[in-house]
Design a protein around this ligand. Structure first.
Ligand SMILES: [Zn+2]
Ligand SMILES: [Zn+2]
Length: 745
């Protein structure tokens, strides 16, 4: 199942209209409301074409003919007693070519019947209403299962497709379920260049809901390739899929619901009425087959659930996510922007740069505590370095490469090869290990311009990147240190996180003994760490990189969305490629496992390299944090900490004095001395999300105090207690130093 991006490239706008030389005569496009005699009943008047286009009639004729043949064939099949084995060990008796999974579910319980979306017969997904052909193993799957969701959303795409054909007389292209964002879409061609408006979306939703009400069964029909080509001869899109997916001389299936017959392998829910809650969410332009050389098509995306409450919750989630969108907050708070002149590279405005720097200061302070040392390494290297690291063969298309004085160069997409050069240069002995080498270097990756997206997918970024060079014996301690680091930093953001170990894949480099040893150490470290924090870890067998096992770290934000930020990756490959070595101790077990290495003189051993990052890319992390906090930054990370507002011009001087005091102490403090009204100044400060607003008047000036309004505490939004200004300052410095999430003095 494909899960194409729902946000289609905007560039499709203005793309030339598609040419369809072989398509039949145009269908009437005018909506003819109140046509009582037409097929569309009066309740759908204005929502759909008054009469089905000819291609729909053509399809139905063929369907009816072949369906009669299939029904007769099934009726003639032998009826025998079969045994259906269920996952709980129970067995049911049935009749071949008659008993359906639906009947089995019904026989067990009504609630099971209602919950079940689809079945799996001997491992194959199977329509609930399709007769079982022989004795088999049967599983019943509900919406909570990812396969169940896919079938549910895939079935919903048919409903949307039916509505779209009935409204526009369009040709359907591709309509898959999607995981991210969840739901489904349908691409539509032959729209006569018409764009879809809000009224269309509403009409499609209304039509879809009437289709759901009708409980149209999903009918399955096997057809030969020739029959399929005849049925879909009106559409080059379906013709393309038939030729792609159905080998000569074989059969495939179509499914019918209402007047829609779609080329599809299925399976589906039994009937459209199983979709209890359905919503059309958005539309966009896309390209046929996702290729910008092809014509533009219209994409409509939707979501559906087995009950209305889930749909309401999802809509609330979408509204909250839209409110927190980092592009919007970035603009509202004047943090960052992008410009056509440098796609995928962010312009950081002063307040955005404050956040960036604060995060970097956090990392530097942690490095100081945790024995990391910073280095700086070049941004561009000759192709030779990338050949040595292996990037040239495997990663070149993701790099920016260019010529300087007739020699090929590449901008670094990661720091690792540069760090290997530093290590190789430094004649290291075992006493100096582990060497924890950190680098905030600027990285560039050549992402497709169409894939670029806000701070989440960029071309230019920096990481809290570090490489730990250590002996094999030190792996476990270093990994535990990395976990502790993650735990400390993610705790400051209030992130929950989950760990997953990916182990040796089929294709790997290095000795198996080394892998086994490293994996055992990682498991030990995972066990002891997760026990300490009362969490769990999972294993992803065979999913490691070819050069070493890795630990994936998933964090969950305030909206329970998951993100991959940090990395912990062992690497046996780069040290070997760069011939890295250290003077080994006499009893170094690492020296033993690498003894057969021809590049290694006696007395030396190969270090293991651990790639690790906690924040990952600063850009991406700031995007995530902006949405996680919804723009309400915790004090220590906030680019606007204190705003001083004088109630009248006579106290401007005192306001400025207070501002300067806080500023000089290292806080981000401003004073609003504009001519705006007091109410307006307070409102502006609140919109800009200052953590604290001090309103100062004559009384405050005289007593050298401030009256503090706390952004997150409604009870402080009017004049309250007067706090000596020195006391306010020391409390705020403490709040900053402790990096507390809660905005509380
Ligand atoms: Zn389908
Ligand atoms: Zn690395």
């Amino acid at each position: 199942m494909s899960s194409g991006p729902a946000d289609a490239p905007k560039a499709a706008e203005g793309a030339p209209a598609q040419s369809l030389p072989s398509r039949p005569a145009k269908q009437p496009k005018e909506k003819q409301p109140k046509d009582k005699g037409a097929k569309a009943g009066p309740k759908n008047a204005g929502l759909e074409l008054p009469e089905h286009p000819d291609f729909i009639k053509h399809r139905l004729e063929i369907f009816d003919k072949i369906k009669a043949r299939q029904d007769a064939e099934i009726a003639a099949k032998p009826r025998e007693e079969i045994t259906i084995s269920l996952p709980n060990g129970k067995e049911e008796k049935g009749t071949s070519w008659e008993t359906t999974p639906l009947a089995i579910a019904k026989g067990i319980s009504k609630s099971l019947l209602e919950r079940t979306v689809i079945s799996r017969v001997d491992g194959e997904l199977w329509d609930l209403g399709r007769p079982l052909e022989k004795s088999c193993k049967l599983e019943l799957i509900d919406f909570e299962d990812i396969e169940g969701k896919k079938v549910f959303w895939h079935s919903s795409a048919h409903i949307l497709g039916e509505a779209a054909e009935r409204r526009f007389g369009c040709y359907l292209c591709n309509g898959p379920p999607t995981e991210d964002p969840p739901g489904f879409y349908y691409d539509m061609a032959n729209m006569e260049g018409a764009a879809i408006g809000d009224d269309d979306k509403k009409a499609l939703e209304t039509l879809s809901n009437s289709i759901i009400k009708e409980k149209q069964p999903f009918e399955r029909l096997e057809m030969t390739k020739d029959e399929l080509l005849e049925m879909f001869k009106y559409s080059k899109y379906k013709e393309y899929f038939i030729n792609q997916r159905v080998p000569e001389g074989t059969k495939s299936t179509v499914y019918r619901c209402g007047p829609l017959i779609d080329l599809c392998r299925g399976p589906h829910v039994p009937h459209t009425g199983n979709i209890k809650a359905f919503s059309v969410l958005r539309n966009s332009a896309a390209y046929w087959l996702g290729d910008s050389k092809n014509e533009s098509v219209q994409r409509i995306a939707g979501i559906s659930f087995p009950d209305k409450k889930q749909l309401e919750e999802y809509k609330t989630f979408l509204a909250e996510a839209a409110k927190r969108n980092h592009r919007k907050i970035g603009q509202d708070q004047k943090l960052f922007f992008w410009d056509e002149m440098s796609p995928g590279a962010t312009f950081w405005l002063p307040h955005g740069t404050r956040i960036y720097n604060t995060l970097m200061e956090l990392m530097k302070a942690e490095y100081q505590k945790r024995g990391f040392v910073e280095v700086m390494s070049p941004n561009m290297y000759k192709a030779d370095l990338w050949k040595m690291s292996g990037h040239w063969n495997h990663y070149e298309e993701h790099m920016f490469t260019f010529e300087v004085e007739k020699e090929k160069f590449g901008l670094k997409p990661m720091n690792c090869p540069g760090h290997c050069k530093i290590f190789a240069h430094s004649d290291v002995t075992y006493r100096e290990l582990p060497w924890r080498m950190a680098d905030f270097g600027v990285l560039h990756r050549n992402e497709f311009s169409g894939a670029l997206s806000g701070l989440t997918r960029v071309r230019r970024f920096q990481q809290d990147d570090a490489h730990i060079f250590c002996t094999i014996d030190q792996i476990r301690e270093e990994i535990e240190g990395a976990f502790d680091f993650l735990y400390g930093v993610y705790g400051l953001f209030g992130f929950n996180f989950k760990l997953k170990l990916s182990t040796r894949p089929e294709k790997y480099i290095g000795e198996i003994a080394l892998w086994d040893m490293a994996e055992a150490k990682l498991k030990d470290a995972l066990d002891s760490f997760t026990e300490k924090i009362g969490a769990k870890w999972e294993e992803n067998p065979g999913d490691g990189a070819f050069y070493g096992p890795k630990i994936d770290i998933t964090v969950y934000d305030a909206l329970r969305r998951d993100h991959q930020c940090g990395t912990i990756q062992l690497d046996f490959n780069l040290p070997r490629r760069f011939k890295l070595r250290y003077v080994a101790a006499k009893d170094d077990s690492g020296a033993a496992t690498t003894a057969d290495d021809p590049d290694l003189p006696v007395g030396y051993a190969r270090p293991v390299m651990i790639h690790r990052a906690v924040l990952g890319s600063f850009e991406r992390m700031i995007g995530i944090l902006t949405e996680h906090f919804g723009g309400k930054w915790p004090f220590w990370l906030s680019p606007r900490q204190v705003l001083v507002i004088p109630v009248m011009p006579a106290v401007n001087e005192y306001a400025q004095e207070v501002q300067k005091m806080f500023h000089d102490a290292g806080l981000f403090a401003d004073a609003d001395l504009s001519g705006n009204t007091l109410q307006k100044k307070i409102r502006t400060g609140q919109l800009e999300q200052y953590n604290f607003i001090f309103v100062v008047g004559a009384q405050e000036a005289e007593s050298r105090t401030v009256n503090i309004r706390n952004r997150d505490d409604q009870s402080t939004q009017s004049k309250g207690e007067l706090i000596p200004v020195q006391e306010a300052l020391s409390q705020m410095l403490k709040l900053k130093a402790e990096r507390r999430i809660e905005n509380k003095l």
